[in-house]
Design a protein around this ligand. Structure first.
Ligand SMILES: [Zn+2]
Ligand SMILES: [Zn+2]
Length: 308
């Protein structure tokens, strides 16, 4: 009987076509995930891909997970060649080489260089930052992290991170810019800026950090009640700055940029100013334990591996 066998063949064809379609959708994602795992392994040793090749490939991927791996290599590697390579690749990826970096590409260093000495915290003030905000940060850093503190006026150019259409600055590009200016990275650099900032995919953001790495950026612009039409209120401003500072520094001592699910933890995610106001000002027990350990490790000498 030809008719039934034809329809059976047709059904098989349709099933095969559907399977092929499903595979073309699923395979690239799986292959990408597998490749990311290989490259991540390569960053921790010579196999299965040479580390410089792995960095190059990661920096070329349009994938936030790949970018984080490059940032982590920047932040945690003890090999200056790897740090310089990751720094340069990140700069290339961010299209910032046309800035001040290109003439210095050969050395992988972008002046003016900030050396973060072991365990120290350097506040880099970018723009007019109110004295009460600075005082709040100094007090919080001294009491919570007990690190030697240094301060400087920001010497770096962020024009490549400017997005004139939005009248804002791209925080991811600013982060890359800060990293490009770091020499030794055994402490923490906290860039406190007056610029209005956003992270790609969001309308605005008040903070960004390298996970388990040396840099936090805090934008005070929108933390000021005046920005949203409110009355000047120093204590509200400083309280918000304090929480965002503790939150962001938490990211620099935690192994990933993931947020804590616990609302009673300052590392909880915030989506609005109301969320920031609702946020607590302390770390929960699990986050606090990891952070305390990493603060100690950083002060004693940067660990090779992030804690698990
Ligand atoms: Zn966060
Ligand atoms: Zn937590």
């Amino acid at each position: 009987m030809t008719a039934p066998s034809f329809s059976k063949t047709g059904l098989v064809c349709i099933l095969l076509a559907a399977l092929a379609l499903a595979l073309t959708i699923a395979l690239p994602a799986q292959a990408q995930a597998r490749r990311l795992r290989d490259l991540e392994a390569a960053l921790n040793g010579p196999k299965p891909v040479p580390v410089m090749d792995a960095l190059g490939e990661l920096a070329g991927m349009d994938d936030p997970a790949a970018r984080r791996l490059v940032l982590r290599a920047l932040a945690t590697s003890r090999d200056p060649a790897v740090v310089d390579c990751a720094r340069d690749l990140l700069l290339l990826r961010n299209g910032m080489m046309a800035n001040s970096a290109r003439p210095h590409y050969e050395t992988g260093k972008v002046p003016p260089i900030l050396d973060l000495a072991r365990g120290e915290m350097v506040f880099v003030f970018d723009g007019p930052i109110p004295e009460r905000v600075k005082e709040t940060l100094r007090r919080e850093a001294a009491s919570r992290f007990a690190m030697p503190i240094r301060e400087m006026v920001c010497p770096w150019d962020f024009s490549a991170a400017s997005v004139p259409l939005r009248s804002q600055y791209d925080m991811e590009l600013m982060l890359g810019a800060v990293i490009s200016h770091l020499g030794t990275t055994q402490g923490r650099c906290v860039l406190v800026t007056d610029r209005d900032t956003y992270y790609p995919g969001r309308n605005w953001d008040t903070g960004v950090s390298t996970a388990f790495g040396p840099v936090s950026i805090l934008s005070v612009r929108r933390l000021d009640p005046v920005f949203f039409g409110g009355r000047p209120n120093d204590s509200t401003l400083c309280e918000r700055v304090r929480k965002v500072f503790i939150h962001e520094l938490g990211h620099t001592y935690l192994p990933t940029n993931r947020h804590c699910p616990n609302w009673d933890c300052v590392v909880h995610a915030t989506q609005s100013m109301a969320d920031i106001d609702r946020l607590t000002d302390h770390y929960c027990e699990p986050c606090g334990a990891i952070i305390a350990r990493t603060v100690r490790d950083v002060a004693e000498g940067f660990p090779l591996e992030p804690p698990h």
